[in-house]
Design a protein around this ligand. Structure first.
Ligand SMILES: C[C@H](O)[C@H](O)[C@H]1CNc2nc(N)[nH]c(=O)c2N1
Ligand SMILES: N[C@@H](Cc1ccccc1)C(=O)O
Ligand SMILES: [Fe+2]
Length: 290
């Protein structure tokens, strides 16, 4: 089973529980680590109004994330639990797929218990506490998205029975990590991978390089993605209700079977039935490929 991170071991590291959780040990975070959080938070929060989805901005407010420093889960979880029954749990880093899905299915969001170094300011491969807590957690304060993430966890466990992890991982990638949503004011970001990245929060909305395509479940589950640079495709939902209703009310089993018989859709390709919002130039990707 290949997740987008393939160097995850299958036994918990020393000090971690069987479910891979560790104590956040908030008191052990240094002033420099809190300062890194504040630097990242200031950079993102000043540029996100008008870019981030309403639900994301509401979550920042409800969870009091503007408070300086790395959030103390004892305080954060009191508010998050009150909002949607979710809680953030600390893990050393990436956890095995099944462990990840089981946590989501039980309203527990695993967050990497480390923060990036100044050298990793603009890009790091593995999710740190800023990506996980700033990027993912505000959306978990939204009841509809919170229910989507539970259903996703349950669906993830089910997908393993169909050997369909790859298809389900694509759904996660193009919604939870890199999803865009239509709002009255225009396209907005709800994907954690975008919203936690300064450069991609600009690129995803402003650049004419990437494709922007209306969300279609089967199409997304067939579409390849890249993990090492800006996305070449973004999929756009009309509402969080649409995302929840579509995925919860569709039995994925027939979809898994149908898609397994079809080749994956190459990253920047279009299908005739695509709702094309932006026919991207792919200028950025082509320039990078040299
Ligand atoms: C579902 C899929 O396997 C995905 O890559 C998972 C794997 N393990 C993870 N582990 C952590 N801590 N955080 C994640 O986002 C993920 N993603
Ligand atoms: N409906 C999916 C479960 C799922 C729900 C929501 C998100 C992702 C997956 C299935 O039948 O397996
Ligand atoms: Fe993430």
């Amino acid at each position: 089973m290949e997740s987008q991170f393939t160097h995850v071991h299958d036994t918990p590291p020393p000090g971690a529980a069987a479910d891979w959780t560790i104590s956040q040990n908030w008191d052990a975070f240094t002033a420099d680590e809190h300062a890194m959080w504040d630097r990242l938070f200031a950079r993102q929060s000043e540029m996100l109004p008008g870019r981030a989805a309403d639900a994301f901005l509401r979550g920042i407010d409800v969870l009091r994330l503007e408070k300086p420093g790395i959030p103390d889960y004892r305080e954060l979880n009191a508010r998050l639990m009150a909002a949607t029954g979710w809680q953030v749990i600390a893990v050393p880093g990436l956890v095995p797929d099944e462990v990840f899905f089981d946590h989501l299915a039980n309203r527990r969001f695993p967050a990497g218990n480390f923060i990036r170094t100044p050298q990793q300011l603009d890009y790091l491969q593995e999710p740190d506490v800023f990506h996980d807590v700033f990027g993912h957690v505000p959306m978990l304060a939204d009841p509809v998205f919170a229910d989507y993430m539970v259903a996703y966890g349950e669906g993830g466990l089910r997908s393993l029975k169909f050997d369909a992890l790859k298809q389900l991982a694509r759904l996660y990638w193009y919604t939870v990590e890199f999803g865009l949503i239509r709002e009255a004011g225009g396209l907005r970001i709800y994907g954690a991978g975008i919203v936690s990245s300064f450069a991609e929060s600009v690129f995803a909305l402003d650049s004419d390089s990437p494709n922007r395509i209306g969300f279609d479940l089967a199409r997304v589950m067939r579409t390849d993605y890249r993990i090492d640079d800006f996305q070449q495709n973004y999929f756009v939902i009309n509402s969080l209700d649409q995302l929840l209703d579509t995925t919860v009310n569709t039995d994925f089993a027939p979809l898994y079977a149908k898609n397994a018989a079809l080749p994956p859709i190459p990253i920047a390709d279009f299908l005739p039935e695509d709702e094309v919002i932006t026919r991207g130039t792919q200028e950025y990707a082509l320039a990078k490929s040299g």
